[in-house]
Design a protein around this ligand. Structure first.
Ligand code: HEM
Length: 487
C-alpha cells in the first residue's frame, strides 16, 4: 500500500513466498526455449521476470523476495544514488539467511566500520606488484591446462571446465602460495560450498532453516567445519613459525602484526581471516572463470575478432615474450596513447553481454527517499545488470548486438552514462579485484590465442544460466587447433 500510493506497481504479493514461485516458473519456461548463439539473449534464461515486470510496470517496480519487499529499477539516476552512497544507507545483506551460512562472513557482505576495517586488510593484495606476481602464476596455470590440448592437431575440449580449472588454480596459489597443494581440499570444499549456495538462493528466506538437519545442511556444516579447521591450522602454523609468506594470507598476517605493534585495535581475528580467505575465493574464482568462458565463446563465435585479437597479441608480444610482469603496462585497462586494445574492448563487451554477476542488491538501513520515492527501512533494492546492459536507451539501438568497437573511445564514452557498465559495480563498493581479474583474464586469453585457434563445437547448446555466476548450462565445447602443428 505504501508503494501503491506513490504510483509504484508490481506483481501481486503471495503469503510468505512473495514473487519467488512466479520467478521460478518463468525461468523454467525460459530455459525450455532454444536460443540462437548470435542472439546474446540471456534475459530469457536468466531474468525473464524482470523484463516482463519492467514492461508491465515501468522502470521502477515492486516485487517480493519472500515476505521482503524489493524495488527493482533500471532508472540510472536511482542506480547511481544507491551505488555511490557513502552514508551506509544502502547496505549489503544476504537476501536469504541460508546464503550467509554457506558463503560465510567477509568483506563482500560487511557494512559500515566493519567493512572499512576488512577492506583495509585485503587492500595490499591488489597493488601493482602483487598483480605482477599473480600474472606469472596465471601464465603457468594456463600453460598447464593447455598441455592437455597441445599434442594433438585438433581436439574437442570443454572450455567451461578448463576455465574453471585455471581460475581455481590461480586463486588457490594467490591465496595460499606454497601451501596451496597441501590445502587443495579447502578449494574443492569451497567449490562445493558455492554449489550449495546456488540451491540456497531458491530457499524461502525463512530464518532458522539453516539449522534444520537436512541432508544439504549437514553437508554444508561438514564443509564449513573442514574449511575453517584447515585454514586456521595454516594460520596457526605460520604464526608459530614466524614465517608469514608473501601470499594473500601472508599479507593479512603481516598487516595484522604491523597493526598490533602500532597499538591499534583495528585487527582481524583468526576467525575473521578465515572468513576473508573464504570470501576471496567465493568472489574471485567463479567470476573469473565465467569471464574467461564467455570471452572464449565470443571469440569462437566471431572468427574475425579472434583473428584481430591474435594479430594484436602476436604484434604486442612477439617471439617468446608473453604478457607477464613488465608487459603489464600494455595490458592496462586503458591505453591512452593508442586507444583501447582490441583484447580489452572484447573483454568489456563480454562483461556487458555476459557479465558474471546478473544483479546487485542492497537493503535500506532506515526510511529514505530515492529519486522522489519514499522507501521504508528493510526494502531490498535490486539492480538488474542483465537488463541494464541491454537497455537501448543507454547503449543505443545496437544494444543487443556484439560490438566491441563501442568501447573504442574508452569505457566512459561507450554509452549515454559514463558508469553504464556495471559488471564490477560502481562507487565505494566497486569490485576490489577488478584489475586483478582483468589482467588475469587477458593473460589467459592472450596465452591461448597465441597457440590455438578455436571454433564452437556443433554440440554446443546456447543456454546461459545463472548459478552463482553466469555460465553456459551445458558447458562450452570448443574445437581447438594447435597453430604450430597445423601451420
Ligand atoms: C570477472 C571477474 C569479476 C567480476 C565480474 C566481479 C564482480 C564484482 C561485483 C559486481 C562486486 C560488487 C558486488 C556488489 O556490489 O554487491 C564485486 C565485489 C568484490 N569482488 Fe569482484 N569480481 C570479479 C573478480 C574478482 C576477483 C578476482 C577478486 C579477488 C581476487 C574479487 C574480489 C572482490 C571483493 C573483495 C569484492 C567486495 C568489495 C567490497 O565490498 O568492498 N573479485 N565483484
Amino acid at each position: 500500500r505504501w508503494f501503491r500510493r506513490q504510483g509504484i506497481r508490481g506483481p501481486p504479493y503471495n503469503l510468505l513466498v512473495g514473487s519467488l514461485p512466479e520467478c521460478q516458473k518463468m525461468i523454467v519456461a525460459g530455459r525450455a526455449k532454444d536460443l540462437d548463439t548470435i542472439s546474446h539473449d540471456c534475459i530469457t534464461t536468466v531474468q525473464p521476470f524482470f523484463q516482463k515486470w519492467a514492461s508491465m510496470y515501468g522502470k521502477t517496480f515492486l516485487y517480493w523476495l519472500g515476505p521482503t519487499p524489493a524495488l527493482c529499477s533500471t532508472d540510472m539516476e536511482l542506480v547511481k544514488k544507491v551505488l555511490t552512497d557513502r552514508t551506509d544507507m544502502f547496505q549489503k545483506d544476504y537476501s536469504n539467511p541460508s546464503l550467509e551460512a554457506v558463503l560465510g562472513n567477509g568483506v563482500v557482505f560487511a557494512n559500515g566500520h566493519d567493512w572499512k576495517r576488512r577492506r583495509k586488510f585485503i587492500h595490499p593484495a591488489f597493488n601493482q606488484e602483487k598483480i605482477k606476481s599473480m600474472s606469472a602464476i596465471t601464465l603457468e596455470c594456463t600453460q598447464q591446462t593447455m598441455e592437455r590440448w597441445r599434442n594433438r592437431q585438433q581436439a574437442e575440449i570443454d572450455m567451461m571446465h578448463d576455465s574453471d580449472e585455471i581460475a581455481m588454480s590461480v586463486i588457490a596459489r594467490v591465496m595460499l602460495g606454497k601451501c596451496y597443494k597441501e590445502a587443495w581440499e579447502v578449494f574443492i570444499a569451497g567449490k562445493e560450498q558455492l554449489k550449495l549456495a546456488t540451491y540456497a538462493f531458491a530457499d524461502p528466506p525463512v530464518p532458522g532453516l539453516w539449522y534444520l538437519p537436512t541432508r544439504r545442511n549437514r553437508r554444508a556444516w561438514y564443509l564449513d567445519k573442514l574449511v575453517k579447521h584447515k585454514i586456521s591450522q595454516i594460520i596457526e602454523a605460520r604464526l608459530a613459525s614466524g614465517v608469514y609468506e608473501d601470499d594473500l594470507l601472508g599479507q593479512m598476517l603481516q598487516l595484522q602484526l604491523q597493526t598490533c605493534s602500532s597499538g591499534s585495535t583495528e585487527t582481524l581475528s583468526t576467525e575473521e581471516m578465515v572468513g576473508e580467505c573464504r570470501t576471496f575465493f567465493a568472489a574471485g574464482y567463479e567470476t573469473s572463470a565465467s569471464l574467461i568462458t564467455w570471452a572464449m565463446f565470443l571469440l569462437a563465435s566471431y572468427p574475425r575478432w579472434q583473428e584481430m585479437v591474435r594479430e594484436e597479441v602476436v604484434r604486442e608480444y612477439p617471439a617468446h615474450r608473453l604478457p607477464i610482469g613488465d608487459a603489464l603496462g600494455k595490458l592496462k585497462l586503458k591505453n591512452k596513447r593508442r586507444g583501447d586494445l582490441q583484447l580489452n574492448m572484447l573483454l568489456l563487451e563480454t562483461l556487458r553481454l555476459y557479465g558474471p554477476i546478473a544483479f546487485l542488491q542492497r537493503k535500506t538501513a532506515s526510511d529514505t527517499i530515492l529519486t522522489h520515492v519514499k522507501v521504508p527501512k528493510g526494502t531490498m533494492i535490486t539492480i538488474p545488470l542483465v537488463l541494464l546492459h541491454r537497455d537501448k536507451e543507454i547503449w543505443g539501438p545496437d544494444a543487443d548486438e556484439f560490438n566491441p568497437m563501442r568501447f573504442q573511445n574508452g569505457l566512459s564514452r561507450a554509452a549515454k552514462y559514463s558508469h553504464a557498465l556495471l559488471a564490477f559495480s560502481f562507487g565505494p563498493r566497486v569490485c576490489a579485484g577488478q584489475n586483478f581479474a582483468m589482467v588475469e583474464v587477458q593473460i589467459v586469453i592472450a596465452t591461448i590465442i597465441k597457440s590455438f585457434s578455436f571454433t564452437l563445437s556443433p554440440t554446443y547448446v546456447h543456454k546461459p544460466s545463472n548459478f552463482i555466476t553466469l555460465m553456459p548450462k551445458y558447458g562450452l565445447p570448443l574445437i581447438v587447433r594447435n597453430l604450430q602443428l597445423t601451420a
